[in-house]
Design a protein around this ligand. Structure first.
Ligand code: PEP
Ligand code: MN
Length: 247
């Protein structure tokens, strides 16, 4: 699980896809990234669009774990939770479920580590309040952008309040510049900003061929862009004296 005072990376595709998931897992593990996005259930705005591979994706998660990956996977319902509990290392509670207090309490009781994402309209107080329902388990928080007047970016990555949330709690706090901006070109600069601001990591969408990704292609990095980002983050971590990835 993520720790305060270190800078870690959670990376992987928006959603597990049978054709490419292992390729991404192998690439990331080779780069020292062990927390892998392994979403088989996807919250999608429209019901007719790709909803994730579902339970059929379990062999992909098992194969990745066999190679040493730590799977971070979103549960949206008690049924998902039951299914993912033995198959994921961290349960993600997505932005849409941050206010689902009975669900948060249920996850807490299972004592599985949780990554809780900020809802796009949540105040600092509401994020900390939601986290208070997760008292019985290990928690990390994730800033993933808030809803704003600006339409150029998908959301507005609110790093200032991410720092405030970190200052006012004891949780590791990370940023998700992929969903937070919706634009590939902004992922690397916002990762750098997150590290410089003293956050504890980032969550990034990576796919071998982003344009063929079934969801969120426009905000997903290819392997080359990810390697470039890793080099930049390494340089910044050295300059700041921030423990980075496994080092
Ligand atoms: C995700 O990380 O896969 C996701 C759906 O993000 P969010 O809950 O922040 O929209
Ligand atoms: Mn996505």
């Amino acid at each position: 699980m993520l720790q305060r005072g270190r800078f870690d990376i959670i990376a992987g595709p928006c959603a597990v896809e049978k054709e490419s998931f292992q390729k991404t897992v192998d690439f990331l593990l080779d780069r020292g990234v062990s927390h892998i996005r392994g979403n088989i259930f996807k919250p999608r705005t429209w019901a007719h669009t790709f909803q994730g591979v579902g339970e059929q994706g379990v062999s992909e998660l098992e194969a990745a774990r066999g190679k040493g990956a730590k799977i971070v996977a979103e549960a949206m319902s008690p049924e998902h939770l039951e299914f993912l509990r033995p198959r994921a290392d961290v349960i993600q509670i997505g932005a849409r479920n941050m206010y689902n207090y009975p669900f948060l309490s249920q996850v807490s009781k299972l004592k599985v580590p949780v990554l809780l994402k900020r809802a796009p309209s949540a105040t600092v107080d509401e994020v900390l309040g939601a986290a208070s329902y997760l008292k019985e388990t290990q928690v990390a928080l994730c800033e993933r952008g808030i809803r704003c007047f600006n339409t150029e970016t998908r959301f507005t990555l609110d790093l200032a309040n991410a720092v405030l949330i970190r200052n006012r709690s004891e949780f590791p706090v990370i940023a998700d510049p992929s969903h937070g901006t919706g634009l590939r070109e902004l992922v690397s600069p916002m990762c750098m900003a997150a590290m410089a601001a003293g956050l504890d990591g980032v969550m990034i969408e990576v796919h071998p061929d982003p344009e063929r990704s079934q969801s969120d292609p426009q905000q997903t990095l290819d392997f080359k862009a990810f390697d470039e980002l890793l080099g930049r983050l390494e340089g910044l971590a050295n300059a700041l004296g921030t423990p980075f990835l496994g080092c």
